[in-house]
Design a protein around this ligand. Sequence first.
Ligand SMILES: N[C@@H](CCC(=O)N[C@@H](CS)C(=O)NCC(=O)O)C(=O)O
Length: 206
Amino acid sequence: MIRLWGRANSINVQKVLWCAAELDLSVERIDAGGPHGGLDTPEFRALNPNAKVPCLDDGGFVLWESHAIIRYLARRYGNGRLTPADVEAQAIADQWIDWTVNEAWADLRPIFWGLVRTAQADRDNTAIEAHQRLLGRKLAIVDRWLADRPFIAGETLTIGDIPLGCLVYRWYAIDMPHRDLSNLRRWYDGLTTREGFQRFVMLPLS
Ligand SMILES: N[C@@H](CCC(=O)N[C@@H](CS)C(=O)NCC(=O)O)C(=O)O
């Protein structure tokens, strides 16, 4: 049995749940983190000493870090789905996973916290606007990349699309100006037709 600790509104938990849905895996999710608490207990710290979600237990094999988890699920259960066979395409999928976390999330995180989780009176609008500009420029890089391919690593959905898809959902869902990026939009619109994306990622922001 696959068990996953994590609250449904966490972007990192959503990546894992969407990945599992693409692989037709059944996952028992246990609410943890945020208002549910439960992370700072000896039992949970024995699973994940970082006291963070998501945390996976697959028949006794415990794993944390959302991107390690999606790579593991795809390799173990994918049978060719979500991980490209070609080593270069795999590297491209990995490249965009790392880019999403290290580059794009560095700008979306302060925008998300500022506009979704901070009261209007307490917002640092100058910083938020600076990150909006930076993120717009970074997403224009993805837009150019997607001009030549339907998905991030080629012809089919791979794990390379998953963290970025979750991030781009939030970008569009936040009420703010968005650059007109037609290739990104075409790719994103395709994601919104997928059942796992609708069910686990396209949730109200909170
Ligand atoms: N790099 C980690 C980040 C994990 C993380 O920061 N998780 C957040 C939720 S997105 C968390 O556990 N926050 C504490 C809480 O929810 O109470 C990953 O990708 O899994």
